[in-house]
Design a protein around this ligand. Structure first.
Ligand SMILES: C[S@@+](CC[C@H](N)C(=O)[O-])C[C@H]1O[C@@H](n2cnc3c(N)ncnc32)[C@H](O)[C@@H]1O
Length: 247
């Protein structure tokens, strides 16, 4: 049964977003002043600045919720977007965001690893997964590796993976919004994935761990950038090229 509170939350956010956009349309100087309207803007700017402009990309967003926090803000830049979520209400509401959205309900880790035929090929993939702790046995986005690289179109002019990257997990865990009882388990999984016991890790260490994963699927990470979201995490942008030595 549909949740009334999910709908209420969704339409309240939609009204707020429409209000912000309306204000900017009515008062252009205001828009000029607030250069970054939504933080996804910086993701697109950094891609362009690093030589990977995303022009009308096809996007896969496997942890999209109803899309009203982040995903809605890139829709005017894309040619199509596949928004997935395990929560049925969230997936239903995401489908109402824009005609360019195809919403897909299901467990995205399963879809990615098992090759769900509702998924396609993309220019950009955004992993906005839950950040802290271990949920239903999943830690961050590690279970999407390396299969997620299969969903980049080898013919794409530019391919970019954007994922939630925690630079300082101790600081994150000290924030009541992210504090988690499974923190030590998460740290053990991170140490194994990133190949270091250091808790604070740099984007460069992250990029080399993702490069090891990418190469298993015929891609390589040729550059990276961090689009900040908070003091302790950001979107790590991984600029990808085909690894010609791979099959
Ligand atoms: C940080 S929120 C995403 C917010 C979203 N990007 C937005 O713009 O509002 C993470 C989302 O991942 C979803 N999620 C968690 N585990 C999942 C899974 N295994 N498969 C699909 N979605 C999942 C949650 O339901 C939640 O909506």
């Amino acid at each position: 049964m549909a949740s009334v509170s999910a709908d209420l939350h969704y339409w309240t956010r939609r009204a707020a977003i429409a209000g912000i956009n309306g204000l900017h349309a009515l008062a252009p100087p205001l828009r000029n002043y607030t250069r970054v309207v939504f933080h996804m803007d910086t993701v697109f700017w950094l891609c362009a600045a690093h030589g990977y402009p995303m022009e009308r990309p096809r996007i896969l967003d496997p942890f999209a919720g109803a899309g009203i926090n982040m995903s809605h803000s890139y829709l005017d830049r894309v040619s199509e977007a596949h928004l997935c979520d395990i929560d049925q209400d969230a997936a239903r509401l995401a489908g109402k965001l824009d005609p360019k959205v195809t919403s897909i309900h299901g467990d995205s880790f399963r879809m990615i690893n098992e090759g769900d035929d509702r998924l396609g090929l993309y220019d950009m993939i955004v992993l906005d997964n839950n950040l802290g702790g271990i949920y239903h046995g999943f830690c961050e986005h590690f279970d999407a590796m390396p299969a997620v690289f299969r969903y980049f179109d080898p013919k794409s002019e530019h391919a970019v993976l954007a994922l939630n990257f925690i630079t300082d997990p101790e600081m994150m865990n000290a924030d009541p919004r992210f504090n988690t009882p499974s923190f030590e388990d998460q740290m053990a999984e991170r140490a194994a994935f990133y190949g270091t016991a250091s808790r604070r890790i740099t984007p460069a260490i992250g990029a080399s761990a993702y490069d090891r994963q990418a190469r298993k699927q015929g891609w390589k990470v040729v550059g990276h950038a961090l689009a900040p979201r908070a003091e302790f995490f950001g979107f790590l942008l991984l600029f990808l090229e085909r690894e010609t030595a791979a099959a």
